[in-house]
Design a binder for this molecule. Structure first.
Ligand SMILES: [Mn+2]
Length: 266
């Protein structure tokens, strides 16, 4: 219902994928897994994540001739203007740039907690500044985030290491992962969750499978435990074409429920 505090927005857009398209097909499958009768709608802390908490705003429709990033920023901004905390379902990771533009225009001192196998900090990727390999370079260039904290990273390049230093990114790569590390944010937090942060054993339905990642349990624990106020989220890069059917959509729905429960209480 529209009085819910959280809004779900599908972003069926994968034009900026560099390797394999398919993530534009993800939103309806994540929704179906959320509503599946194979499970209930409670998060682990027993928050009921149904339509009284999360209003489904449907999928963005891109009109002919419209700039997709402008449409995404406008639609997310519209939800924020109505008082919703948005959870966006991608789509490839390029959509996080316009999503964060909308959120940063309403929340000063924004921090981003970014789950990913890749830092997505390329200045450009094969000449494309808006590739799904680049959104966090654009976000940091524009000064949209005060802090960018990246977890799950295990596929980097020298160039991106330089970009991380240039932008002051706090990168916790998988070599130095510690289950007991405490994450704390003073201001509002946006969660950007690339499903490939997870080990492909847990979430095979991604375009860039990178072994040796986080377990679903480790990622969920971090979502539940970090200090901070979550004001927005995106769940991106689920590619149904490359999934073991019924596997990664269930993982996405689990992440969705845990983020929504987190938004509901803190
Ligand atoms: Mn990634």
């Amino acid at each position: 219902m529209e009085s819910a505090p959280i809004a779900l927005l599908g972003v069926p857009y994968d034009d900026q994928s560099s390797f394999a398209r398919g993530s534009a097909k993800a939103p309806p499958l994540i929704r179906a897994a959320w509503h599946s009768e194979s499970t209930n709608k409670y998060s682990e802390d027993l928050t009921l994540v149904d339509d009284s908490l999360v209003w489904d705003a449907g999928d963005i429709r891109f009109g002919p001739g419209e700039d997709p990033f402008s449409v995404i920023e406008r639609e997310v901004g519209s939800l924020l203007g109505k008082g919703f905390k948005p959870i966006c379902l991608g789509g490839d990771h390029s959509v996080s740039y316009p999503i964060v533009r909308a959120i940063a225009s309403r929340h000063r001192n924004l921090s981003i907690l970014h789950f990913d196998a890749h830092p997505d900090l390329y200045q450009d990727y094969e000449g494309n500044r808006f590739s799904h390999a680049c959104p966090f370079a654009r976000i940091m260039e524009d000064g949209l985030a005060e802090r960018l904290v990246q977890v799950g990273i295990r596929s980097m390049t020298k160039h991106q290491q330089g970009q991380a230093e240039r932008f002051g990114v706090e990168m916790i790569d998988m070599r130095s992962w510690d289950d007991d590390r405490v994450f704390s944010f003073a201001g509002p937090v946006h969660i950007s969750f690339d499903i490939d942060a997870l080990d492909p054993a847990f979430a095979p339905g991604v375009s860039h499978r990178q072994p040796a990642g986080l377990s679903t349990r480790q990622a969920i624990n971090l979502i539940q435990k970090f200090e901070g106020t979550v004001v927005g989220a995106d769940i991106v890069e689920f590619n149904p074409d490359l999934d073991v059917p019924g596997m990664t959509d269930a993982v996405c729905a689990k992440v969705l429920k845990e983020i929504a429960a987190r938004m509901a209480h803190r």
